[in-house]
Design a binder for this molecule. Sequence first.
Ligand code: SAM
Length: 358
Amino acid sequence: MKQLLVYCRAGFEKEAAAELQDQAAAFAVFGFCKLKANSAFVIFEAYDSEALQRFYRDFDFQHFIFIRQWLLLLSSELELPAQDRIAPVLQAALAEELSGCGSLRVEFPDTNDGKTLSTLARKLTVPLRQSLRQAGVMLQKEHKRAPVLHLFLLSGTSGYLGLSYPENNSALENGIMRLKFPPEAPSRSTLKLEEAFITFIPKDEWETRLAPGMQAVDLGACPGGWTYQLVKRSMMVTAIDNGPMAESLMETGQVKHLMVDGFKFVPAKKNVYWLVCDMIEQPQRVAARIAQWLIQGWCQETIFNLKLPMKRRYETVKEVLAAFEQQLQEAGFRYQLQARHLYHDREEVTVHVQPIKR
Ligand code: SAM
């Protein structure tokens, strides 16, 4: 196993490849990426297979920004003839002497062409799983902690076979978090903050970290998609933006709308738990302002978006986060940070920071 297959948003293959190469190099794993623009996946081929497997085991998947899923590739591109797609998959799995897999995911690239494979993926899953069980490749029952076998369809007649481990992969089909748009929310942006909460805050901590009655500030709030997520959780929100807020939110009585500059606003009291920020502004400027909020203790936890430029997107994220972390560290501020190109993000990444209490 010398290759990794990673999934990303279509159009972000270069970012995924650069990130993968960077992180692998930090583990002294060297190789090259094969990518096609807008394919929504990248293949990384390492020179040393053992080193690659060590990287795959020891690197924390949650640290990736642009990568939604990663698999150890078990096969080169498989031909999957329409009359029998199962036999070549079985053959490839048996050739690798694979056994003990706990679940199967038949997946496809997140592209318009890829999505046309969803019906085939669904239809193929049950018979393929049965055959893999009969052959001893898969356990007789679904097992959530056992390795996951992935068949990644490239078309109706070709695909890759790969493996991932539940303790260090994305638990989501195709690495994608599907959420339903709440029709009463004022903008589709609302899904970004909802996905961020689900991604960054463990469910069993929602009661204390996303609690009713908390004070929140939303910088760049209009028309109110992010504020909606906070209001829905019974928080009191100060919404900062020169634009208009949705009437439905103002009617809740939980929102105070201030038409002031998000870079100048300072809360009157130190009772703000959440600071969220979706301002369309230079990412350097946004990150510097958020760091100031954290250092001054104006908020307890934050989720903010960094809007990406057209070019040098990966480099920009790296540079902005490095400067942001330096600012926090110089102030002696201890924190946990996660950054992710969420499924509902577009030309932006979402960052979450939580102070570490002494
Ligand atoms: N999160 C919002 C939602 O879910 O509906 C969408 C926010 S929209 C992407 C960006 C907003 O940032 C715009 O409404 C814009 O007016 C606001 N904005 C940009 N610069 C700002 C600043 N300096 N102060 C306050 N708001 C700003």
